[in-house]
Ligand binder design. Structure first.
Ligand SMILES: O=P(O)(O)OC[C@H]1O[C@H](OP(=O)(O)OP(=O)(O)O)[C@H](O)[C@@H]1O
Ligand code: HPA
Length: 184
């Protein structure tokens, strides 16, 4: 156990900081303004995608100063690995989306499988509009589908990253910045 924790600590110590806390906070501020400009009068139902969406949702929600409701969806496909697999729905939303404007909040748009499946699910549940906001979009040519997020905080190079909700083997979601694994 302590050997694993030593590895976890070493990963953080050796990681490259791609965006500092101040840069991420500024990006979240910009996202808040853009979302407010577009959705302030639409009474949206906002879904946090657990677990990765937790930090950006918490930080962003207090910047959305208009009427909205919040719920969560828990879906995962990386399961402590650095490559994704099948999407596993752990918790479906409990609120009705019928005829609602839905805003999905997540930490990262990587290959796009997760967000694409969630958007499809929301449309099938009767949402009248579905928009997505992600803290980071990873740039590469392995996208599963042509899926553009409506609100993007930061662009990231094609490396495995952690911090601000994103994990390395379940750790460092709490890291105050966006970091890339050494050598990945
Ligand atoms: O664009 P994709 O390649 O589908 O990857 C993006 C998804 O991967 C991560 O979730 P993960 O499955 O790691 O679960 P977690 O949120 O609990 O970390 C992240 O939070 C996104 O939801
Ligand atoms: O680079 C990543 N880091 C953490 N979680 C992720 N989920 C998809 N891609 C990533």
């Amino acid at each position: 156990m302590s050997a694993d924790l030593e590895h976890i600590k070493q990963v953080y110590a050796e990681a490259d900081c791609l965006y500092t806390e101040a840069e991420v906070e500024a990006a979240i501020e910009r996202m808040g303004q853009a979302i407010t400009a577009e959705l302030a009068n639409s009474n949206p139902l906002v879904y946090c995608i657990m677990n990765g969406g937790l930090v950006v949702s918490g930080k962003l929600l207090t910047k959305l100063n208009f009427p909205l409701e919040v719920d969560y969806i828990h879906a995962t496909r990386y399961r402590n690995e650095t490559t994704g697999g099948e999407l596993d729905w752990k918790v479906h939303p409990s609120t009705s989306m019928q005829d609602r404007t839905v805003l999905i909040l997540d930490d990262i748009l990587d290959e796009g499988h997760t967000l694409a499946a969630i958007v499809e699910f929301c449309k099938a549940q009767g949402a009248k509009a579905v928009q997505t906001a992600v803290l980071v979009e990873k740039k590469h040519d392995r996208k599963a589908v042509e899926l553009e997020s409506d609100f993007i905080g930061l662009q990231i190079e094609d490396r495995y990253i952690f911090g601000y909700g994103m994990d390395y083997k379940s750790y460092w979601r709490n890291a105050p910045g966006i970091f890339a694994l050494k050598g990945h």
